[in-house]
Design a binder for this molecule. Structure first.
Ligand SMILES: Cc1ncc(C[n+]2csc(CCOP(=O)(O)OP(=O)(O)O)c2C)c(N)n1
Ligand SMILES: [Mg+2]
Length: 484
C-alpha cells in the first residue's frame, strides 16, 4: 500500500488554465518537480501523471527530460524522486543572510528580552557581528555595534562557529563542549559582565555560515562566594568581626599542629640564615643586600612594613629577614614615591600605636619628602631607613645594560653632598647617618627608641645597587626590558 499522493497545493493564478503567454510544458515540468518535492519517498509515473493532471505518456516525457538534466531520477523500483542536479542549481541561489535572519533575530530578542545577534566568520580567526537586534519590550538591554570584529576564540558566537568546524589543535575546552551540546555559553569574555549564548548555523556544505545568539548583562552578586571554587564552610563577613567569633567558638577545642610544621619553620629559618650569610659584608658604603639584612633583623615584631624604591625593593624581596603581618607596597603599579605617604597614612590609621619601618630608595623617598613634616608634627613612630646611592639606581643599571659601562648615564645621578638624616633633623625628626654594616642595627634601634619620627641615612654602594640585584634577569622580563 502506497501512501496517498500529495497533490499540488497552489492552484495556478487564473483558474485551472495557465496563462497562454507562458509555456505549458515548462509549467507541467515544474509541477512535476514540486509534486516530487512533496513526496520525498518517490512516485510512480502513473502517480505523477495523476498528480499533475496529465496523460501518462506526457508524464513519461516530462520525467525523461527532467532525468536528462539530472533534476529527477528513478530508483530500481522505478519510483521517481528528485535528482542531484537540483542541488547544484540551488547552490547558486544567494539569499542575503540579513533578510532571512531579520525576523528570526527579532523574534528571539523579543522572546528573551535580550539583545540578539547574527555573527559570521571573518577569515579563520575572527568573527564579525553582521546584525544586532535589541529587544523593544525589555526594561534594559545591552547594545553593541553591528560590524564589530572579535577574535573567534572569544565570546559565545565565535565559540559556536568554531564548534561547527573540525576540531583545531589545542582548541578551548568550551569549544569541544559546545560541539557536543550544540551551543556555546560564555561570561564576560568579549565585554565585561556580559554573558552570551550562541548556536551555529551550518550551511549546505557542512560549514558554519553564522552563529545566532543572545547577550545579556549579568551583574554578579558582589557577596557571592563559592563561585569559582568549592567552599567547605561558607562564611561571609568582615574578618575583624568573624575571626574573633571563630576563635571564641573554637575555644579550647584541642588542635594538634601539623607534624610537618616544625620542619617547615626550621627550613625557613635556615633559608633566612643562609641568605643573611650570603649577603656581602664589610663594605663601606655598605652593600644593599647587607643593608636589607641588618635593617630587617631589627624590624619590630608587631611593626608595619612599608617599601619603596627601585633596586632597594628588589634586594628586599630576596634578603628580608622580617616577618611582618602588614606590608604596604605599591607593587602592582610600580609607581615610586608612595612609600613615605603610605607609611604616614598607615601610622595615622593605626593611631600611632604600632612602630612603622619604611625601607626605601633615596630618590623615591625624596618624591614627597615634605611629608616628614606631617609625621614629625603628628609624632608618628616611623623610622625611615633610606638606602642612599645618590642615584636612580635601577635606572643606572638599565643604562649600563643598554649602552655598556661608561656611558653618560644622563639624569640619573644627584648630589653626593646630600644628607637625608640632616634633612630629617631639619623637620624635627631624629637623624642617623650610617656607612658601615655594624652601625645599621644600632642606629635603627636608637631611632625607634627615640620615640620620634626618624630618618636613617645609609650610604650604599652605587655599583652593587645598579649591577647586583638578585634574580634581576627574571624581573626584567616582567616589563620586557631590552625588548622594546
Ligand atoms: C613615578 C615613577 N617614576 C619613575 C619610575 C621608574 N623607576 C623605577 S626604579 C627607579 C629608580 C628608583 O631610585 P631609588 O628610589 O633611588 O631606588 P634605587 O633603584 O636607587 O634603589 C625609577 C626612576 C617609576 N617606577 N615610577
Ligand atoms: Mg637610589
Amino acid at each position: 500500500m502506497c501512501p496517498p499522493v500529495e497533490r499540488k497545493r497552489v492552484p495556478p493564478a487564473q483558474g485551472d488554465r495557465p496563462d497562454t503567454k507562458t509555456s505549458k510544458t515548462l509549467h507541467n515540468g515544474i509541477e512535476v518537480l514540486e509534486l516530487l518535492a512533496r513526496n520525498p519517498r518517490g512516485l510512480t509515473v502513473s502517480e505523477v501523471a495523476e498528480g499533475v493532471g496529465v496523460h501518462r505518456t506526457v508524464a513519461h516525457r516530462l520525467i525523461r527530460t527532467l532525468e536528462e538534466h539530472r533534476l529527477c531520477t528513478r530508483d530500481p523500483s522505478k519510483r521517481v524522486t528528485l535528482g542531484p542536479g537540483l542541488v547544484s542549481l540551488a547552490e547558486a541561489v544567494e539569499v542575503d543572510l540579513r533578510t532571512v535572519a531579520g525576523p528570526v533575530l527579532m523574534e528571539l530578542a523579543e522572546a528573551q528580552g535580550a539583545t540578539a545577534h547574527l555573527v559570521v566568520p571573518e577569515g579563520e580567526a575572527e568573527a564579525r557581528a553582521l546584525m544586532v537586534v535589541e529587544p523593544r519590550g525589555a526594561h534594559a538591554h545591552i547594545a553593541f555595534r553591528a560590524g564589530r570584529v572579535d577574535p573567534m576564540d572569544q565570546g559565545s558566537a565565535g565559540l559556536a562557529l568554531l564548534s561547527a568546524m573540525p576540531p583545531r589543535e589545542q582548541e578551548r575546552e568550551e569549544v569541544t563542549q559546545a560541539r557536543s551540546r550544540g551551543y556555546a555559553i560564555t561570561h564576560g569574555e568579549v565585554t565585561h559582565a556580559v554573558s552570551g549564548v550562541s548556536a551555529p548555523v551550518v550551511g549546505r556544505q557542512g560549514k558554519p555560515v553564522a552563529a545566532v545568539g543572545v547577550s545579556v548583562l549579568e551583574l554578579k552578586d558582589p557577596e557571592a562566594i563559592g563561585v569559582n571554587r568549592p567552599i567547605d564552610v561558607p562564611l561571609v563577613g568582615d574578618l575583624r568581626a568573624v575571626v574573633p567569633q571563630l576563635a571564641e567558638a573554637l575555644g579550647d577545642t584541642p588542635r594538634e599542629p601539623s607534624p610537618e610544621l616544625a620542619g617547615w619553620i626550621r627550613e625557613d629559618a635556615e633559608r633566612l640564615a643562609g641568605l643573611a650569610d650570603s649577603a656581602p659584608s664589610g663594605m663601606s658604603p655598605v652593600h644593599p643586600a647587607r643593608l636589607v639584612v641588618e635593617a630587617t633583623k631589627v624590624f619590630p615584631a608587631d611593626g608595619i612594613m612599608v617599601r619603596d624604591g627601585g633596586a632597594t625593593t628588589i634586594f628586599q624581596w630576596t634578603y628580608s629577614q622580617a616577618k611582618p603581618h602588614d606590608v604596604i607596597w605599591n607593587q602592582n603599579f610600580g609607581h615610586l614615591g608612595t612609600g613615605l605617604p603610605y607609611a604616614v597614612g598607615a601610622s595615622v590609621a593605626d593611631g600611632g600605636r604600632r612602630p612603622v619601618m619604611l625601607v626605601t630608595g633615596d630618590s623615591s623617598f625624596m618624591f614627597h619628602i615634605a611629608e616628614l613634616e606631617t609625621a614629625a608634627r603628628l609624632n608618628l613612630p616611623l623610622v625611615c631607613v633610606v638606602a642612599v646611592d645618590y642615584a636612580w639606581g635601577l635606572e643606572v643599571g638599565v643604562y649600563k645594560r643598554t649602552f655598556g659601562q661608561g656611558s653618560r648615564e644622563t639624569g640619573v645621578h644627584w648630589s653626593t653632598g646630600t644628607r637625608l638624616d640632616k634633612v630629617g633633623e631639619g623637620f624635627g625628626c631624629h637623624g642617623e647617618y650610617v656607612e658601615r654594616d655594624e652601625d645599621i642595627a644600632p642606629a635603627i634601634k636608637r631611632a625607634f627608641a627615640s620615640g620620634r619620627t626618624a630618618v636613617v641615612h645609609v650610604a650604599v654602594d652605587p655599583k652593587a645597587n645598579s649591577e647586583e640585584m638578585p634574580s634581576y634577569d627574571e624581573f626584567r622580563t616582567w616589563y620586557a626590558e631590552g625588548q622594546q
